[in-house]
Design a binder for this molecule. Structure first.
Ligand code: HEC
Ligand code: HEC
Length: 367
């Protein structure tokens, strides 16, 4: 840019100089009585004006036409937290892929607008947005982000007893967290979600999980989580937004939520990740009440576990889970429905304490 300004000044000075010398030549020639040929100076001036126009056009045109795109790398190193991709970089992807990544991000942020109960593309989700749980479009450290999706899938998951692709994993959330139906793997929507997740995973090596990916694992408590204490926390710290009845508050456009529901018919179903106490507690600890981050949490671990127990003991949509966990020994310690490989009662799998269950699992594995 500075070079262009200097060139512009030089060109303007040349134009001025051409004007002055032309005037002087004309006067000299007229005085000498010889004819003055105007064509030469006119061509010279025309050339200078053309150059000036070109320089101004260059200065007024978008920079990205001339500058090489900035490198597409995530701002994270082995010991720093993954801080997401700089979304300003989407402008530099170019072509069809840029459109897809942009649309994928949009679908995460405004899922209900496209696919909710009044969705413009299809009507197949409960009105929540992916972003309600995958904060900042899936980029917030410990905010259930997508940093490790592209690097770790396809992977074997005990829940399905099979190797899951990213498509399958995304549809898990459609069917469970959004209590809806799977979307077609060839649809533009799925292609966009994949493109966005692949782009978010730029710079994360295959098999690696950056620090801050997904949800934090809170330490197990020695006691069972306490729904009575959880209710008190809920009333004091959550109900102002999510409401006493857990139904949340709809956005003014009626399409989605200003404060998403935590239970009831419009919430995630019993097969969703958040229905496991550890997932809920890990999410809430670092991200709720709205405004806190992992750097400034407000709830103690105990409060997070207890409020998780209260919320997940309320009514919510059902789901047939009979095909889940084909190998019962693979169930996580806090999967709330039997049968189990251990003899610990179902209620303890739901509310803890989880330490003894983890020990039983570890022992069984060793055998
Ligand atoms: C009600 C909350 C909720 C909503 C809404 C939700 N998810 Fe999820 N999602 C979760 C939880 C919880 C996990 C599991 C996190 C864990 O186990 O650490 C998860 C996991 C995922 C994963 C796997 C992440 C990984 O690293 O393994 C993907 C991909 C995903 N969700 C995509 C989506 C998409 C796309 C949408 C919207 C269509 C969506 N989710 C909506 C709660 C939600
Ligand atoms: C100031 C308002 C506010 C308060 C207080 C608040 N939340 Fe939220 N909560 C939100 C908003 C807004 C979202 C969606 C975030 C987004 O889309 O970026 C959300 C999302 C959630 C989600 C994931 C989405 C869902 O509906 O399942 C859970 C779980 C949750 N909050 C639990 C809690 C708990 C537990 C508390 C109390 C400890 C709490 N929140 C306090 C505003 C609030």
């Amino acid at each position: 840019m500075q070079v262009a300004i200097v060139l512009l000044i030089i060109a303007l000075l040349i134009l001025l100089w051409q004007g002055v010398t032309e005037q002087a030549m004309r006067v000299l020639k007229e005085r000498a009585g010889s004819p003055y040929d105007e064509r030469g100076p006119r061509i010279a001036k025309g050339a200078t004006v053309t150059i000036i126009v070109l320089i101004v056009a260059f200065m007024a045109s978008p920079r990205k036409w001339f500058e090489p795109p900035p490198p597409m790398v995530a701002t994270y190193t082995a010991d720093s937290l993954w801080a997401g991709m700089d979304t300003a970089l989407i402008d530099h992807i170019g072509g069809e892929r840029e459109e897809l990544v942009r649309y994928g991000r949009e679908l995460i942020r405004n899922t209900a607008f496209y696919l909710g109960p009044q969705g413009i593309i299809a009507k197949q989700t409960n009105g929540m947005n992916c972003q309600n749980c995958h904060l900042d479009a899936g980029t917030r450290p410990w905010g259930n982000n997508y940093s490790a999706v592209w690097s770790t899938y396809p992977k074997f998951r005990e829940r399905s007893g099979a190797t899951e692709t990213v498509v399958k994993r995304i549809n898990d959330c459609f069917e469970r967290s959004l209590n809806g139906t799977a979307i077609d793997s060839t649809s533009r929507e799925m292609q966009a979600l994949l493109a966005y997740m692949q782009w978010l995973g730029t710079g994360v090596d295959t098999g690696k999980k950056p620090k801050g990916s997904g949800l934090a694992e809170l330490k197990f408590m020695d006691l069972a989580a306490d729904t009575v204490h959880g209710e008190a926390i809920y009333t004091a710290k959550c109900a102002s937004c999510h409401k006493e009845d857990g139904a949340g508050v709809r956005a003014s456009n009626g399409l989605t939520y200003q404060y998403p529901p935590l239970w009831g018919e419009n919430s995630y179903n019993i097969g969703a990740g958040l229905f496991r106490l550890s997932r809920f507690a890990g999410y809430v600890k670092n991200n709720m009440p709205q405004g806190v981050t992992w750097e400034s949490p407000q709830l103690t671990d105990e409060e997070a576990w207890d409020v998780a127990a209260y919320v997940n003991s309320r009514q919510r949509p059902d789901r047939d889970l009979s095909a889940d966990w084909p190998n019962i020994a693979g169930k996580p310690v806090d999967h709330p429905f039997g049968p189990y490989a251990d003899s610990i009662p179902e209620i303890q799998h739901k509310f803890g304490p989880f330490g003894p269950i983890a020990e039983a699992k570890a022992k069984a594995k060793k055998k």
